[in-house]
Design a protein around this ligand. Sequence first.
Ligand code: GLN
Length: 482
Amino acid sequence: MKELAFASIKILSEKLARKECSVQELRDFFYNRFERYDTKLGSALELFDKNSVMPQKNQGTLFGIPGLIKDNICQKGRALTCASRILEGFTAPYDATAITRLKNQGALLIGRANMDEFAMGSSTETSAFKKTVNPWNAACVPGGSSGGSAAAVAAGLVPWALGSETGGSVRQPAALCGIVGIKPTYGLVSRYGLVAYCSSFDQIGVVTRTVSDNALILSVMAGRDAMDSTTVHHDIATDYTVRLEKNIKKNLKIGVIDNAFNIEGMGKSSRSLFENSLKEFEKLGAEIVHLSLPTMDYGAAVYFMLSRAEAASNLARFDGVRYGFRASDIHDLTDLYFKTRGEGFGQEVKRRIFIGNYVLSAGHADQYYQSAKKVQAIMRAEFVEAFKKVDLLYAPTSPAPAFKFGAFADNHLEMDLQDYFTAPANIVGVPAISVPCGFVNNMPLGFQLIGPDFSEHLLYQVAHAYEQATPWHTMHPRGFEE
Ligand code: GLN
């Protein structure tokens, strides 16, 4: 059982196939790692009773491979909280489509990952239940909102995990924890069973330590689902693990979004890591083109408006009647709503519901919501235009490595600037992958490649070639030894 903690899914599968270890042994190995390390890391809200975790099928591409699921994705018969008190006591009545597909391939879903409450945040600090620390430095946040998922994978507690993206919640924690994270094209993965935050942006995403592992998990989940009418309508080939090679395709053009580098808060060392990664791409034979996407500068504002608006509508269903928590000492219906929502939601969630209702309110909807929708259309057009000139776009995933806990406590609007880099892909609907590109003061940093609709295969190919040419995926945080 040596060197399993940071092994790839492929290696773990081979060990199982060669009967070098049994499914139970592999499962117990990772459970032991959680027992040993998760008290300090805080990545999981729950690990399921071991005996209830066995593969549903005796075969499949993920047979016996343990993974952790963000706590806003339904697993039948398991608790689901979105890290919010308002869902305490709620049990998911069905499996999300993504979960069904993973189980059908034999995956072992061992628990629920911590997250920002209802996926609202960039640091996992808004979880109502626990703190998750960054495995590289416990004084720093793991990023968010899928911080539990990213921390667990980076620390070798599990080889893969699911997160969800609305404005960067997979890519940003992946970057801050030094691992790979993808946000697929809107509609590639079913949202059936993913708790809605901002439905027109929400997508399930994947975090792993290598690009090929990431491709494997996404391949299992991707594709049309009758339960989600926004999923792809045409058949698409979804085995993203094929043709991942050391080279990239000839004449690949990567467009560097120059205006994304004029951002306050990007230090010299971060900048030079990004520059080095571009040199690496040149060595691989890519042509680097510089361009600017002026609408990107409006992304964080558009995201702010639209995400709050949809959140206000989506979260109206948590009223103390249908789900989870209900306040006590209730006298009438209004009292029920006020007390349940007052006690059940955390501050950040309340703030977003207030703002969402405001930007949708009569007299203000035109000014805020409608304007944001118009800018969204202009952004989409600008990105589509850019993809006529280049194959992929390049930008930092985050301007700096992980920040300290409480860094934005007095100014949560500043925290929203984290979304500047990531939210555009969600607004426009295109896929993007974050890949580790080195360290600043021993803390990891990542860049992202953004591609046109359904270009996941190309993203994986290019990311894989970069990964193979660099040492970053072989480096793991200290203190999580086997
Ligand atoms: N940081 C963003 C936010 O606070 C991202 C959220 C997400 O993608 N779920 O809303």
